[in-house]
Design a protein. Structure first.
Length: 463
């Protein structure tokens, strides 16, 4: 069995398999936090917790690579991660020099306007130097680099090929005391003062809490039945005068696509459709799908480019939010982050930025880092961070839904306004800057509804 373990060099007892024994304040001294999931949000959480806990253990069910990702391997990266400005800033604060390191490894930094040829609402957007950067990197490279950074911390342990089976709690269920893990078919308790669930959309926390008597967790969802199929190409030489291409459509459920650069002089071209109108992993069907986007540019760009590796298909049922803040009772010693709390459509490329912002909010809610009361403070703070992006994402995608008389009318107006703003911003720098500021979360989304912006949208929209 391959095992990826780093740090804890002087950590304490391990069993004969090299697995850390149940750890508690009593056993090893100091306090201990467990993070479920070693994807990006889990790794960021571990970095934050390492500054406040004596020991942090990240538990990941999958095997983690022991070698850096090699572009020449021909494997299709799961998908590109485009990091919005605010998310990139948060990552850089936690891991100084991270983006220089990623760029050194080939990640591509783009200006979100001048380097991107974007077809939005039936028109090509004007291109100009916006000053908003976006970093495009394959997820394996991003995660590899983050794990290498964490490996330098002496108090962080990453256990891969280990699953968390359920929470451990006091008899009255009010305090979480750790997690039960299975590693190499052997169940073991892992005692901790804090458990952070960064288990992603597939998190089983709702089920575990139900089992502990906390009832059901209220959820909201918006069905999209989105399927995205991604394919990797070698960037041709000479290449086009843009670095990235996006094609968003005017018709709500029409086919869309984008093409983003990643390390290794590669493009990842993704196409997607909704409600059964889906691309597949078959190369001919993929090309045929790309040919039927509203404009032929993505198809033309890749038509003669060398294709690398297989097509990767991702299914995304829809936006999903778990409202932990609405539960009447919630145990102490537990926090939830990232897609485990709220999963947005991948089309918006905001999942990681949201995870980073949630962590930021967590830190602000914890000026003195007291474990007592953390869970309650954090779940409410998290809801405050998520509320506006959630409503905007839901309202932007509302037009894709089949008509539902129960839907609040106010959201439909937001959806109409958002569409009008996007159309007006194609040729209006001021509006496009306002949109970029909100999209990159450097200004709150409400800024798009400032009186001056609304007036401009209405005026430009009439021309
Ligand atoms: C096609 C696609 C494209 C996307 N593009 C972008 C983009 O450009 N920019 C962006 O910001 N976001 C993007 N996203 C969204 C982004 O991938 C997610 O928001 C992000 O991965 C969420 O991170 P997470 O750490 O919360 O969860 P995940 O990435 O889902 O990770 C959860 C981890 O927890 C582990 N785990 C779960 N349960 C257990 C358990 N019981 N025991 C042990 N381990 C467990 C899983 O194995 C997994 O590794 C995209 C998503 C998709 C599907």
């Amino acid at each position: 069995m391959m095992m990826y373990i780093h740090s804890y060099r002087a950590a304490g007892p391990v069993n004969k398999l090299g697995v850390a024994l149940p750890m508690s304040r009593d056993h090893l001294g100091g306090n201990h936090a467990v993070v479920i999931g070693a994807s990006v949000v889990g790794l960021l959480a571990a970095r934050v917790l390492a500054g406040h806990f004596d020991r942090v253990t990240v538990v990941e069910r999958h095997r983690l690579p022991t070698m850096p990702p090699a572009p020449e391997s021909g494997l299709t990266p799961p998908h590109v991660h485009a990091l919005l400005a605010r998310g990139a800033h948060a990552l850089e604060q936690l891991f100084p020099g991270l983006f220089a390191e990623l760029e050194e490894a080939g990640a591509v930094r783009l200006d979100q306007s001048s380097d991107v040829r974007a077809y939005v609402q039936g028109a090509w957007k004007d291109r100009y130097k916006s000053g908003f950067a976006i970093h495009c990197v394959s997820r394996p490279l991003l995660e590899w680099t983050l794990r290498q950074r964490l490996a330098r911390l002496r108090n962080v342990l990453v256990l891969d090929e280990t699953s968390v089976d359920h929470l451990l709690a006091t008899a009255d269920g009010r305090l979480i005391r750790g997690v039960q893990i299975t590693r190499d078919s052997m169940p073991e308790p892992l005692i901790a003062e804090l458990v952070v669930d960064a288990g992603g959309r597939e998190s089983r926390l709702t089920e575990w809490l139900y089992g502990l008597g906390f009832g059901t967790v209220p959820t909201s969802s918006v069905r999209l039945d989105l399927v995205m199929a991604s394919r990797v190409f070698q960037v041709p030489v000479p290449g086009p005068d843009w670095k990235a291409l996006t094609i968003a459509t005017r018709t709500p459920c029409a086919r869309s696509g984008f093409l983003l650069p990643v390390e290794g002089d590669r493009w990842v071209a993704s196409v997607w459709g909704y409600f059964g109108d889906h691309p597949s992993a078959d190369p001919d069907q993929w090309m045929a799908f790309a040919r039927t986007l509203p404009i032929p540019d993505l198809h033309e760009a890749v038509d003669d480019a060398a294709s690398l590796g297989d097509i990767r298909v991702e299914r995304f049922p829809g936006h999903l939010r778990r409202h932990y803040e609405r539960m009447e009772r919630f145990p102490e010693g537990l926090a939830v982050l990232g897609d485990a709390a709220c999963s947005f459509s991948p089309v918006y490329g905001q999942g990681l930025t949201m995870g980073a912002l949630e962590l930021d909010a967590c830190l602000k809610a914890q000026p003195k880092w007291q474990i007592a009361g953390l869970s309650q403070r954090f779940r409410h703070r998290l809801a405050a961070v998520l509320d506006v992006p959630w409503h905007l994402a839901v309202s932007a995608d509302q037009g894709r839904q089949r008509p539902d008389p129960r839907r609040p009318a106010a959201l439909s107006m937001v959806a109409k306004y958002t569409h009008r703003l996007l159309a007006a911003a194609t040729h209006d720098r001021e509006l496009n800057d306002a949109f970029l500021q909100a999209m990159n979360m450097v200004k709150p989304p409400e800024s798009l509804f400032a009186p001056g912006t609304v007036r401009r949208v209405l005026k430009v929209g009439q021309v």
